[in-house]
Design a protein around this ligand. Sequence first.
Ligand code: NCD
Length: 312
Amino acid sequence: MGSGSGWKGRDVISILDFDRDSLEQLFEVADKFSSLLRERGRIPLLEGYIVALAFFEPSTRTRLSFETAAKRLGADTIGFTSEEAISIAKGETLADTIRMLDSYADMIVLRHRYEGAALYAAEIAEHPVINAGDGKQHHPTQAMLDLYTVRKLFGTIDGLTYGVLGDLRYGRAASSFILALTIYRPRMIYLISPPLLRVRPEVRMVLDERGMRYREVESLEEVLGELDVLYVTRIQRERFPDQREYEKVRGSYRVTLELLEQHARRELRILHPLPRVDEIAPEVDGTPYAAYFEQARNGVPVRMALLALIAG
Ligand code: NCD
C-alpha cells in the first residue's frame, strides 16, 4: 500500500498540504477498509506499530476514532487525554513532551489549543505528526472525513452548492472544510454566519486566490433552497476571549425541521463535525437530511486509511 503515493512518512498539518489525487487515493483505501470491516474486525497491517495519541484539548470522537482505527489495524496506542495532560505536564514544555513521544511511538497524533502546535511538533519529531486540531486553525483529518462523506453521498465533491453555517471565525472544523473545498470545484460556497463570527482573513484569502465562487451571508433562509450540502458548526464558546461576545451570538441560528421543510431541497444533506449544542434540532436526526452520524462513523475507515498510508 502507498507505493509511490507520496503518503509514506508524511506529516498531516493542514488540508491544504494535499491535492485531489492524494485525497482520492485516501478515499479509495478508506472504501476498501470500510467494506473489509463488514467482514472482520481486524485488518492487521500495522502489527507492532505504536501510535501516540496526545490530546491536550478535550476530544471524544477524534480521539476514539483514531484509537479505534489504530486498533483495527493491529497497532497499539499510548497517550493521554486533556485531563491527564494537566497532571503529567508538571511544567514540561510541549517540545519535551513531543521528544518523549517521538522516542516511544512510530506516529504522533496531536491536539493542542495553540495554533501552529502541530507544525511545531512536526519540526521537532522524527516520526510523522498528525494534526488532530490546533486551536482555531486546522483540523485536516476532520476535513478528510467530511469530504469523504460528501463523495459517498453525492458521488462527487465538485459541482455542488455548499453552505457552511455557524462559527466560521473560531471553528477549526469549519475553516478546514472551507479550505478543503478549494481543492475541488464547488459550484458555489455560501459562508453563513452572524457578522461577529465571519470567516477569518487568511481563509478568505485562499478562497480569493483560488478563484472560488463564494458569498458571505447572514441568513440561512436566504440561501437554503440552493444548497446541496449544509455544514453546520457549534459556536466555539471556549475560544472567545470575552464571554460577553459569546452571549451576543449564542443561539443565533438553529436548523429546524420546519425551516428545512419550508426552504430546503429534498436532496439537501446536513453535515456537522459534532458535538452539537442546539444548532440542529433533534427532530432533524431521523430525516434523510441528517448525514452527521454517518459522517462520524466515516471517521474510522478514513483514519485507518490515513494511518496505513503514512505507515507505508
Ligand atoms: C470539532 C473540533 O474539535 O474542532 N469536533 C471534532 O473534532 N469532531 C468541532 C467542535 O468541537 O465543535
